[in-house]
Design a protein around this ligand. Structure first.
Ligand code: SF4
Ligand code: SF4
Length: 524
């Protein structure tokens, strides 16, 4: 079994280093035909092509030099127009990603299939070979978190920090420097062509990798929690929603030239839902577009209050959501890193509700512009602030930096639910309903609690579950995503996730059983 694991690790590492190395393979050469194909607008061609002449047919050894030459030429042309106040000539289309990708020549462009096999077939096989023997090695079913705080990867050791650093860099390139990861998109081009008929963008690559991560690490979850039906079904659910709703269905819709949203993702998590181009796209698509618009609005306006009333926020955060899905699978090894300090709870409350307010204000500004065609909102001194500025700030700070770079990159440092706990505006909305109007609660049989603290240790949302268990109090916290791990790791069966009576008083009521100096008292 150990040999199988070593082989799996070896395959995974080969795939990983091929993945990184592929960024540095091949050369870059822009022909005139490529330039004309990418810069398809004839006006832009007339303005840019003469300036790009020195780059035509020149061979670059890496994408950094190529992209830098292209961008400086592009900026020079635009700067001249701006200085001459020829606003109608300024080019706003960013061609860098497409031109770097189309100009790639050599190994990656010629042997994408081989690299795909090495990276995306052997990599997951290697990971599974590493994971599957745990079925045998760990013996009978039951959660075994042995030595988790002595583990270099799981307790902020050098491996954990290296994983976090890789994830952070990955997100930085994905969001802001996509022109440098074009080779990765070349490798998945055939898959993208087969699924939606077009070349792969960085978002196709991301969706594909995201889905693989949830499937492979989901299988790990199924093995680890195989004695627990709730965990098995919940993990199957996030694997299904990611594979079908987030990845496959949008590709099919795109192949049919229809709007291609992830239809389980809702506002305000899907913060661009009300952006003008999305609304126009849905309206122009006719009946199916109106259905998507109505579905998206119904999800947050009716689905959230209704299902959260019935089942708590777990119906979305732990069963459906893609961010939750990644956190529960890829992030599971790091769940014990979430801070249980009171100060963290305080920061969490300010931050997450602050983001919700920001999302509501940003969306209001965007809709104001959509309906009035007036984009200017207010002035700061002589600077005009438009709704486009506000949505740009939100996209940068929350949509990219918080949700991506911090939200996932910090898994090994701050636990697997950094985004869900501190930043997700939808989690804040769901949490408000859960706290004040829901049947969901975790009941605690305080008399059985031995204060081992397993529940608090493995609560990914930083809830000090033991504190409630010791007192026999129901847990009614807005942040609880109902993952059920506290209950799964409790050796005494103290904790139970329940949807009970809609009686606010009984939900929040103090103890059914109290252990006091005079023995056990039944408080009925
Ligand atoms: S309290 Fe339990 S169910 Fe809720 S988030 Fe924490 S571990 Fe999950
Ligand atoms: S895991 Fe169970 S026994 Fe241990 S502290 Fe939590 S509720 Fe008590």
């Amino acid at each position: 079994m150990r040999i199988l694991q070593f082989a799996g690790l070896g395959l995974f590492l080969i795939a990983f280093f091929t993945f990184i190395g592929s960024l540095f393979m091949g050369d870059y050469q822009m022909t005139e035909a490529v330039a004309k194909e990418v810069i398809s607008d004839e006006n832009h061609q007339a303005l840019l092509l003469p300036e790009l002449a020195p780059m035509i047919d020149k061979t670059y050894g890496n994408q950094f030099a190529f992209a830098s030459d292209f961008q400086s030429t592009f900026e020079r042309v635009n700067q001249a127009f701006k200085e001459q106040q020829q606003w109608d000539k300024v080019i706003y289309t960013d061609y860098t990603f497409s031109i770097v990708k189309a100009s790639s020549i050599g190994y990656v462009a010629d042997h994408g299939g081989r690299l795909f096999f090495l990276i995306f077939i052997l990599g997951p096989i290697g990971a599974l070979l590493y994971i599957l023997p745990q079925l045998q090695l760990l013996g009978p079913a039951g959660i075994k978190n042995h030595h988790v705080f002595h583990d270099n990867e799981k307790n902020r050791g050098i491996i954990g920090i290296a994983i976090g650093t890789f994830l952070i860099l990955f997100y930085i390139f994905l969001y802001w420097f996509e022109e440098y990861i074009t080779n990765w998109t070349l490798i998945v081009d055939p898959l993208s062509m087969a699924m939606n008929g077009g070349a792969a963008s960085q978002w196709f690559l991301y969706g594909f990798m995201y889905t693989i991560a949830i499937i492979v690490m989901g299988i790990r979850m199924l093995i680890k929690y195989r004695h627990n039906n709730y965990q098995m079904i919940r993990t199957g659910s996030v694997m299904f929603f990611q594979t079908a709703f987030a990845f496959t269905i949008p590709q099919v819709l795109a192949a049919m030239s229809l709007p291609a949203p992830d239809m389980k993702n809702m506002w305000p998590l899907d913060y661009s839902f009300f952006f003008d181009y999305r609304l126009n796209e849905m309206v122009e698509a006719g009946t199916i577009g109106f259905f998507m618009l109505g579905w998206g609005i119904a999800l947050f306006a009716i689905g959230v209050p209704l299902f959260t009333y019935l089942y708590g926020k777990r119906w979305y955060c732990s069963w459906v959501c893609g961010c939750g899905g990644l956190a529960e699978t890829l992030g599971d090894p790091f769940r014990q890193q979430s801070s249980k300090k009171l100060s963290a709870w305080k920061i969490e409350r300010y931050l997450i509700h602050g983001v919700l307010v920001f999302a509501v204000l940003m969306t209001s500004a965007v809709l104001y512009t959509f309906f009035t065609e007036e984009s200017q909102l207010f002035n700061i001194g002589s600077v005009y602030v438009s709704s486009f500025d506000v949505r740009g700030w939100y996209g940068f700070a929350i949509g990219a930096a918080f949700a991506g770079v911090v939200g996932t990159g910090f898994y090994p440092l701050m636990g697997n639910r950094v985004w869900c706990r501190f930043g997700c505006p939808l989690a804040a909305y769901l949490g408000l309903v859960q706290r004040f109007k829901s049947r969901f609660r975790i009941t605690t049989n305080g008399g059985q609690c031995i204060s081992c603290g397993n529940c608090s240790t493995y609560c990914e949302m930083g809830i000090d579950v033991r504190w409630y268990a010791q007192r026999g109090q129901n847990i009614v916290r807005s942040s609880c995503v109902g993952c059920g791990i506290c209950s799964a790791v409790c050796p005494r069966g103290v904790l139970k996730l329940e949807n009970g009576e809609n009686n606010d008083a009984s939900r929040m009521e103090a103890p059914a059983i109290i252990l006091g100096n005079e023995g056990v008292t039944l408080n009925v």
